[in-house]
Ligand binder design. Structure first.
Ligand SMILES: [Zn+2]
Length: 308
Protein backbone atom coordinates (compact mmCIF):
# COMPACT_ATOMS: atom_id res chain seq x y z
CA UNK A 1 0.00 0.00 0.00
CA UNK A 2 1.57 3.31 -0.99
CA UNK A 3 1.31 6.53 0.96
CA UNK A 4 -1.64 7.84 -0.98
CA UNK A 5 -3.66 4.68 -0.74
CA UNK A 6 -2.84 4.33 2.95
CA UNK A 7 -4.02 7.90 3.52
CA UNK A 8 -7.22 7.15 1.60
CA UNK A 9 -7.75 4.01 3.59
CA UNK A 10 -7.31 5.77 6.89
CA UNK A 11 -9.65 8.56 5.84
CA UNK A 12 -12.16 5.96 4.77
CA UNK A 13 -11.87 3.95 7.96
CA UNK A 14 -12.12 7.09 10.09
CA UNK A 15 -15.09 8.38 8.12
CA UNK A 16 -16.80 5.07 8.36
CA UNK A 17 -16.34 4.71 12.11
CA UNK A 18 -17.53 8.26 12.69
CA UNK A 19 -20.49 7.62 10.49
CA UNK A 20 -21.71 4.43 12.07
CA UNK A 21 -21.50 5.89 15.52
CA UNK A 22 -22.75 9.40 14.82
CA UNK A 23 -25.12 8.92 11.89
CA UNK A 24 -23.57 11.50 9.58
CA UNK A 25 -22.45 11.28 5.98
CA UNK A 26 -19.11 9.65 5.39
CA UNK A 27 -16.26 11.47 3.63
CA UNK A 28 -15.67 11.00 -0.06
CA UNK A 29 -12.54 8.92 0.41
CA UNK A 30 -13.82 6.22 -1.94
CA UNK A 31 -13.68 8.56 -4.92
CA UNK A 32 -10.21 9.81 -4.11
CA UNK A 33 -8.59 6.47 -4.75
CA UNK A 34 -8.86 6.11 -8.49
CA UNK A 35 -5.28 4.92 -8.74
CA UNK A 36 -5.18 2.49 -5.85
CA UNK A 37 -7.67 0.03 -4.48
CA UNK A 38 -9.05 0.40 -0.99
CA UNK A 39 -10.50 -2.51 0.96
CA UNK A 40 -13.00 -1.72 3.70
CA UNK A 41 -13.88 -4.74 5.85
CA UNK A 42 -17.58 -4.84 6.80
CA UNK A 43 -17.48 -8.02 8.86
CA UNK A 44 -16.22 -11.57 8.74
CA UNK A 45 -15.86 -12.53 5.08
CA UNK A 46 -17.50 -9.31 3.90
CA UNK A 47 -15.80 -6.24 2.41
CA UNK A 48 -16.10 -3.38 -0.05
CA UNK A 49 -13.34 -2.91 -2.63
CA UNK A 50 -13.23 0.60 -4.07
CA UNK A 51 -11.06 2.45 -6.55
CA UNK A 52 -11.31 -0.02 -9.43
CA UNK A 53 -14.40 1.48 -11.07
CA UNK A 54 -17.65 1.34 -9.12
CA UNK A 55 -17.70 -0.04 -5.58
CA UNK A 56 -17.49 -3.83 -5.36
CA UNK A 57 -19.17 -5.75 -2.53
CA UNK A 58 -17.43 -9.04 -1.71
CA UNK A 59 -18.91 -11.91 0.34
CA UNK A 60 -17.44 -15.26 1.34
CA UNK A 61 -19.53 -18.43 1.10
CA UNK A 62 -18.76 -22.13 1.19
CA UNK A 63 -18.90 -22.21 -2.61
CA UNK A 64 -16.36 -19.40 -2.95
CA UNK A 65 -16.59 -15.67 -3.57
CA UNK A 66 -19.70 -13.67 -4.36
CA UNK A 67 -19.26 -10.19 -5.82
CA UNK A 68 -21.71 -7.41 -6.54
CA UNK A 69 -20.08 -5.70 -9.54
CA UNK A 70 -16.50 -6.21 -10.70
CA UNK A 71 -14.91 -2.85 -11.53
CA UNK A 72 -13.58 -1.80 -14.93
CA UNK A 73 -11.93 -4.23 -17.35
CA UNK A 74 -8.57 -2.52 -16.79
CA UNK A 75 -8.75 -2.97 -13.00
CA UNK A 76 -10.77 -6.19 -12.78
CA UNK A 77 -7.83 -8.54 -12.15
CA UNK A 78 -6.69 -6.39 -9.20
CA UNK A 79 -10.25 -6.06 -7.93
CA UNK A 80 -10.73 -9.83 -7.99
CA UNK A 81 -7.39 -10.43 -6.27
CA UNK A 82 -8.25 -7.90 -3.56
CA UNK A 83 -11.70 -9.43 -3.05
CA UNK A 84 -10.34 -12.99 -2.80
CA UNK A 85 -7.77 -11.80 -0.28
CA UNK A 86 -10.23 -9.73 1.78
CA UNK A 87 -12.68 -12.62 2.09
CA UNK A 88 -10.21 -15.50 2.32
CA UNK A 89 -11.69 -17.25 -0.71
CA UNK A 90 -10.02 -18.94 -3.68
CA UNK A 91 -12.50 -18.80 -6.52
CA UNK A 92 -15.18 -16.51 -7.87
CA UNK A 93 -18.53 -18.29 -7.75
CA UNK A 94 -21.17 -15.61 -8.37
CA UNK A 95 -21.01 -12.12 -9.87
CA UNK A 96 -23.91 -9.66 -9.90
CA UNK A 97 -24.01 -6.84 -12.47
CA UNK A 98 -26.05 -3.99 -10.96
CA UNK A 99 -26.29 -2.50 -14.50
CA UNK A 100 -24.46 -2.57 -17.84
CA UNK A 101 -21.94 0.28 -17.34
CA UNK A 102 -18.19 -0.32 -17.86
CA UNK A 103 -17.43 0.53 -14.19
CA UNK A 104 -19.51 -2.48 -13.16
CA UNK A 105 -19.07 -5.15 -15.86
CA UNK A 106 -15.31 -5.20 -16.49
CA UNK A 107 -14.84 -8.51 -14.69
CA UNK A 108 -17.48 -10.35 -16.72
CA UNK A 109 -15.08 -11.84 -19.29
CA UNK A 110 -12.90 -13.41 -16.65
CA UNK A 111 -15.89 -14.51 -14.59
CA UNK A 112 -17.39 -16.20 -17.65
CA UNK A 113 -14.11 -17.95 -18.47
CA UNK A 114 -13.87 -19.18 -14.89
CA UNK A 115 -17.36 -20.67 -15.06
CA UNK A 116 -18.90 -18.26 -12.57
CA UNK A 117 -22.60 -17.53 -12.39
CA UNK A 118 -23.26 -13.98 -13.66
CA UNK A 119 -26.58 -12.55 -12.50
CA UNK A 120 -28.18 -9.46 -14.05
CA UNK A 121 -31.53 -8.01 -14.97
CA UNK A 122 -32.61 -9.15 -18.43
CA UNK A 123 -32.37 -5.57 -19.79
CA UNK A 124 -28.74 -5.40 -18.66
CA UNK A 125 -28.00 -8.69 -20.43
CA UNK A 126 -29.61 -7.35 -23.61
CA UNK A 127 -27.60 -4.10 -23.53
CA UNK A 128 -24.39 -6.08 -23.16
CA UNK A 129 -25.13 -8.07 -26.33
CA UNK A 130 -24.67 -4.95 -28.49
CA UNK A 131 -22.50 -1.89 -28.87
CA UNK A 132 -23.90 1.00 -26.85
CA UNK A 133 -23.01 4.61 -27.60
CA UNK A 134 -24.36 7.40 -25.41
CA UNK A 135 -23.70 11.12 -24.95
CA UNK A 136 -21.54 10.45 -21.88
CA UNK A 137 -19.81 7.43 -23.49
CA UNK A 138 -19.20 8.53 -27.08
CA UNK A 139 -16.56 5.87 -27.74
CA UNK A 140 -19.14 3.22 -26.97
CA UNK A 141 -19.01 -0.06 -25.04
CA UNK A 142 -19.67 -3.65 -26.04
CA UNK A 143 -20.82 -5.98 -27.27
CA UNK A 144 -19.27 -8.25 -24.65
CA UNK A 145 -18.16 -11.68 -25.89
CA UNK A 146 -20.73 -14.43 -25.36
CA UNK A 147 -18.88 -15.95 -22.41
CA UNK A 148 -18.92 -12.56 -20.62
CA UNK A 149 -22.69 -12.13 -20.82
CA UNK A 150 -24.89 -12.65 -17.76
CA UNK A 151 -25.88 -16.34 -17.71
CA UNK A 152 -28.59 -15.97 -15.07
CA UNK A 153 -30.99 -13.12 -15.83
CA UNK A 154 -34.29 -12.23 -14.16
CA UNK A 155 -37.12 -9.70 -14.45
CA UNK A 156 -38.56 -8.67 -11.12
CA UNK A 157 -37.34 -10.06 -7.80
CA UNK A 158 -35.45 -13.16 -6.71
CA UNK A 159 -33.84 -14.68 -3.62
CA UNK A 160 -30.91 -16.99 -3.14
CA UNK A 161 -28.94 -18.50 -0.28
CA UNK A 162 -25.17 -18.20 -0.20
CA UNK A 163 -23.77 -20.05 2.77
CA UNK A 164 -25.76 -18.74 5.72
CA UNK A 165 -26.53 -15.43 3.98
CA UNK A 166 -30.05 -14.83 2.65
CA UNK A 167 -29.90 -12.62 -0.41
CA UNK A 168 -32.74 -10.62 -1.95
CA UNK A 169 -32.17 -8.96 -5.30
CA UNK A 170 -34.58 -7.04 -7.44
CA UNK A 171 -35.16 -4.70 -10.35
CA UNK A 172 -35.31 -0.96 -9.65
CA UNK A 173 -37.29 -0.07 -12.76
CA UNK A 174 -36.17 2.66 -15.14
CA UNK A 175 -33.86 4.74 -12.98
CA UNK A 176 -30.12 5.11 -13.63
CA UNK A 177 -30.58 2.73 -16.62
CA UNK A 178 -33.51 0.41 -17.34
CA UNK A 179 -31.75 -2.62 -15.86
CA UNK A 180 -30.69 -1.52 -12.39
CA UNK A 181 -30.81 -4.00 -9.55
CA UNK A 182 -30.15 -3.93 -5.83
CA UNK A 183 -28.69 -6.78 -3.78
CA UNK A 184 -29.62 -7.01 -0.11
CA UNK A 185 -27.63 -9.33 2.17
CA UNK A 186 -30.35 -9.72 4.78
CA UNK A 187 -28.35 -11.43 7.49
CA UNK A 188 -25.50 -8.91 7.32
CA UNK A 189 -28.03 -6.15 6.54
CA UNK A 190 -25.81 -4.70 3.82
CA UNK A 191 -27.37 -3.48 0.59
CA UNK A 192 -25.60 -2.80 -2.69
CA UNK A 193 -27.75 -0.09 -4.25
CA UNK A 194 -26.16 0.09 -7.70
CA UNK A 195 -25.92 3.14 -9.93
CA UNK A 196 -28.94 5.03 -8.55
CA UNK A 197 -27.04 5.99 -5.46
CA UNK A 198 -23.86 7.99 -5.03
CA UNK A 199 -22.45 9.66 -1.96
CA UNK A 200 -19.87 11.75 -3.82
CA UNK A 201 -21.84 13.79 -6.31
CA UNK A 202 -24.63 13.65 -8.86
CA UNK A 203 -25.27 10.26 -10.45
CA UNK A 204 -25.51 9.82 -14.21
CA UNK A 205 -29.06 9.66 -15.52
CA UNK A 206 -28.42 7.38 -18.48
CA UNK A 207 -31.58 8.35 -20.33
CA UNK A 208 -30.40 6.84 -23.60
CA UNK A 209 -30.52 3.36 -22.05
CA UNK A 210 -33.76 3.86 -20.21
CA UNK A 211 -32.92 5.89 -17.11
CA UNK A 212 -34.96 8.93 -16.06
CA UNK A 213 -35.28 11.26 -13.09
CA UNK A 214 -38.83 10.21 -12.20
CA UNK A 215 -37.67 6.60 -12.21
CA UNK A 216 -34.70 7.52 -10.04
CA UNK A 217 -37.16 8.68 -7.39
CA UNK A 218 -39.22 5.50 -7.83
CA UNK A 219 -36.14 3.27 -7.67
CA UNK A 220 -34.95 4.92 -4.47
CA UNK A 221 -38.44 4.39 -3.03
CA UNK A 222 -37.97 0.66 -3.63
CA UNK A 223 -34.60 0.76 -1.87
CA UNK A 224 -36.16 2.62 1.06
CA UNK A 225 -38.81 -0.06 1.33
CA UNK A 226 -36.22 -2.85 1.40
CA UNK A 227 -33.89 -1.13 3.88
CA UNK A 228 -34.28 -0.43 7.58
CA UNK A 229 -32.57 2.03 9.92
CA UNK A 230 -29.59 -0.29 10.47
CA UNK A 231 -28.98 -1.18 6.83
CA UNK A 232 -25.55 -0.23 5.50
CA UNK A 233 -26.23 0.99 1.98
CA UNK A 234 -23.33 0.74 -0.47
CA UNK A 235 -23.64 3.18 -3.38
CA UNK A 236 -22.00 2.66 -6.79
CA UNK A 237 -19.68 5.55 -5.95
CA UNK A 238 -18.61 6.91 -2.60
CA UNK A 239 -18.81 5.66 0.96
CA UNK A 240 -21.70 3.84 2.59
CA UNK A 241 -24.81 5.70 3.71
CA UNK A 242 -27.83 4.99 5.91
CA UNK A 243 -31.50 4.86 5.09
CA UNK A 244 -31.94 8.39 6.49
CA UNK A 245 -29.40 9.73 4.05
CA UNK A 246 -31.04 7.83 1.22
CA UNK A 247 -34.38 9.37 2.20
CA UNK A 248 -32.79 12.82 1.96
CA UNK A 249 -31.49 11.99 -1.52
CA UNK A 250 -34.95 10.79 -2.55
CA UNK A 251 -36.54 14.03 -1.36
CA UNK A 252 -33.92 16.10 -3.20
CA UNK A 253 -34.44 14.22 -6.48
CA UNK A 254 -38.21 14.55 -6.15
CA UNK A 255 -37.88 18.32 -5.66
CA UNK A 256 -35.73 18.60 -8.79
CA UNK A 257 -38.01 16.28 -10.75
CA UNK A 258 -41.07 18.32 -9.81
CA UNK A 259 -39.40 21.58 -10.89
CA UNK A 260 -38.22 20.09 -14.18
CA UNK A 261 -41.69 18.86 -15.08
CA UNK A 262 -43.07 22.36 -14.45
CA UNK A 263 -40.36 23.90 -16.65
CA UNK A 264 -41.10 21.35 -19.38
CA UNK A 265 -44.80 22.17 -19.28
CA UNK A 266 -43.89 25.86 -19.65
CA UNK A 267 -42.18 24.93 -22.91
CA UNK A 268 -38.58 25.62 -21.91
CA UNK A 269 -35.66 23.95 -23.68
CA UNK A 270 -32.57 22.37 -22.05
CA UNK A 271 -30.43 25.56 -22.09
CA UNK A 272 -33.21 27.62 -20.50
CA UNK A 273 -33.82 24.96 -17.88
CA UNK A 274 -30.12 24.81 -16.96
CA UNK A 275 -30.11 28.63 -16.72
CA UNK A 276 -33.10 28.49 -14.34
CA UNK A 277 -30.85 26.60 -11.83
CA UNK A 278 -33.50 24.25 -10.45
CA UNK A 279 -30.95 22.40 -8.27
CA UNK A 280 -29.03 25.41 -7.00
CA UNK A 281 -29.62 24.94 -3.29
CA UNK A 282 -28.12 21.43 -3.46
CA UNK A 283 -24.86 22.47 -5.10
CA UNK A 284 -23.06 23.21 -1.82
CA UNK A 285 -23.34 19.52 -0.93
CA UNK A 286 -23.40 17.87 -4.36
CA UNK A 287 -21.31 20.11 -6.61
CA UNK A 288 -22.16 21.87 -9.89
CA UNK A 289 -25.54 20.66 -11.08
CA UNK A 290 -25.76 21.87 -14.70
CA UNK A 291 -24.94 18.54 -16.32
CA UNK A 292 -27.22 16.63 -13.98
CA UNK A 293 -30.05 19.08 -14.66
CA UNK A 294 -29.52 18.91 -18.43
CA UNK A 295 -29.58 15.10 -18.61
CA UNK A 296 -32.42 14.87 -16.09
CA UNK A 297 -34.47 17.28 -18.20
CA UNK A 298 -33.79 15.33 -21.39
CA UNK A 299 -34.73 12.17 -19.53
CA UNK A 300 -38.29 13.55 -19.19
CA UNK A 301 -38.83 13.70 -22.93
CA UNK A 302 -39.67 10.04 -23.41
CA UNK A 303 -42.19 10.20 -20.55
CA UNK A 304 -43.80 13.65 -20.77
CA UNK A 305 -43.10 14.89 -24.29
CA UNK A 306 -42.80 11.97 -26.69
CA UNK A 307 -42.64 14.32 -29.67
CA UNK A 308 -39.78 16.48 -28.27
ZN1 LIG B 1 -23.65 3.47 -13.88
Amino acid sequence: MNTDSRRDFLKLAAGSAAYWSAGGVISSAFAASNTSLVTLPLGDGLAVISGGGGNVLALRGPEGLLLVDGGTAARSKQVLAAALKATGTRKLHTLFNTHWHPDQTGLNAQAGSDGARIIAHENTRLWLTRKITTDWLPAGYGPLPAKALPNSSFYTHETLSFGDEAIDYGHLGQAHTDGDLFVHLRKSNVMAAGGLVSSVGWPVIDWQTGGWIGGLVGGIDRLLKAANDNTRIIPADGAAITRAHLQAQRDMYFTIFDRLVKLLVKGLGPDEVVAAKPAQEFEAQWGPSDEFVRTSFKSLWGHYAPDA
